[in-house]
Design a protein around this ligand. Sequence first.
Ligand SMILES: CC(C)(COP(=O)(O)OP(=O)(O)OC[C@H]1O[C@@H](n2cnc3c(N)ncnc32)[C@H](O)[C@@H]1OP(=O)(O)O)[C@@H](O)C(=O)NCCC(=O)NCCS
Length: 307
Amino acid sequence: MANQRPNPNEAFPNPNLPRLCFIKNVVKNPRIIIGDYTYYDDVDGADQFEKHVTHFYDFIGDKLIIGKFCAIAKGVEFVMNGANHRMDCATTYPFYIMGGDWGSAIALVKDDLPLKGDTIIGNDVWIGQNVTVMPGVHIGDGAIIGTNSVVAKDIPPYSIAVGNPCQVVRKRFDDELIELLLQFRWWDKSIEEIENLMPILSCCNVEKVKAELRAFLQVERIKWMEQRFNNALAAIKDGAAVSLESIKEDVAELSKYYGSDLWKQDFAADEAGILPPDLKRGVLSEDGIWNLLSDYREIQKKYGRME
Ligand SMILES: CC(C)(COP(=O)(O)OP(=O)(O)OC[C@H]1O[C@@H](n2cnc3c(N)ncnc32)[C@H](O)[C@@H]1OP(=O)(O)O)[C@@H](O)C(=O)NCCC(=O)NCCS
C-alpha cells in the first residue's frame, strides 16, 4: 500500500482541512525560512501566511526563521525591523519610504535605524491566535505563546508565556525533562523515527517520558562514541601522521567520555542487559579503550607532533 503519511513538501497535508498549510511550501521570500511540518492555521487563507510578515524590506535584509513542527494560529503578525522608525531624530517620519526624490533620504538614517536582528522561532513552538511577535525576538524550542500576546522579549524554551507584554507564567516541565528534550531534539530525527516516537511524544507521564528519553539518549551516545572509537582505531592501524592528526578530536572526546560518569552508566546498563541486543558496543570494553589510548600515546611519542 502506498505511504499515507502527510507530505512535508505539499502545502495542504490534510485534504479535509484546507485551513492547515505547511507554510514552507507557500512562502516566496527567501528571507523567510520555515522548517518542515510547521503549519499556519487560518480558515481565511492559510496559504496567505506571508501577508502576516510585515514591514519586511529588502534594504534591511532581516530574516524570519521558524523551526520544524510549529503550530501557528490565525492572525499572527511577525513585525519585522522595517517597522521601527528612528526615534532619536527630530522627526520619526520616514521620508525615504515615499520614494521619488525622497528615496535618497534613506542615506541620512540607514546606518542608525533601530534594528533588532533576525526573528527566530525554535522547533515545536505553539503560537496562539492573534499573537504579535516584535522584531528580533527569539522564542525557544517547545514554548507556548498565549492568545493575543505581544512578544517583545525573548521567551525561553519550554515555557508558557502570555499577555502584553508577553511574560512567562510557568515552565512546561521540570528542568530535568526540559534538558532531556533539548538534548534529544526529536524534531531533527528521521520521520520514521518520529513516527516510532509518537507514543512517547504524546505521553503525559513525565517520569515515563524522562526514563525513555534517558534510554534513547544513552543509545545515541554509545553509537556516537562507537563511531569515534572506530575512526580512531582505523587511523591508529593506518599509522600515517595525517590520519592520526585527523582523529585528535575523536581521541579527546573518548578520553573525556571514559573519564566521566556517563561511561560508567553505559557500562552498567550493558552489564544489566538493558541495551538493545544489536547495539555495537566495542566502546564499552575496557580493554578496547585501554589499548586504543595506549597505542595513541605510543604513536604520539613516535611522531612527536600530536599533542
Ligand atoms: C497560554 C495558554 C495555553 C495557557 O493555558 P492554561 O495553562 O490552561 O492557562 P491558565 O488558564 O491556567 O492561565 C494561566 C494564567 O495565565 C493567564 N492567561 C492565560 N492565557 C492568557 C492569555 N492568552 N493572555 C493573557 N493571560 C492569559 C490566566 O488568566 C492565568 O492567570 P492567573 O495565573 O493570574 O490566574 C492558553 O491560555 C492559550 O492562550 N492558548 C492558546 C489558544 C489558541 O490561541 N489556539 C489557537 C489554535 S492553535
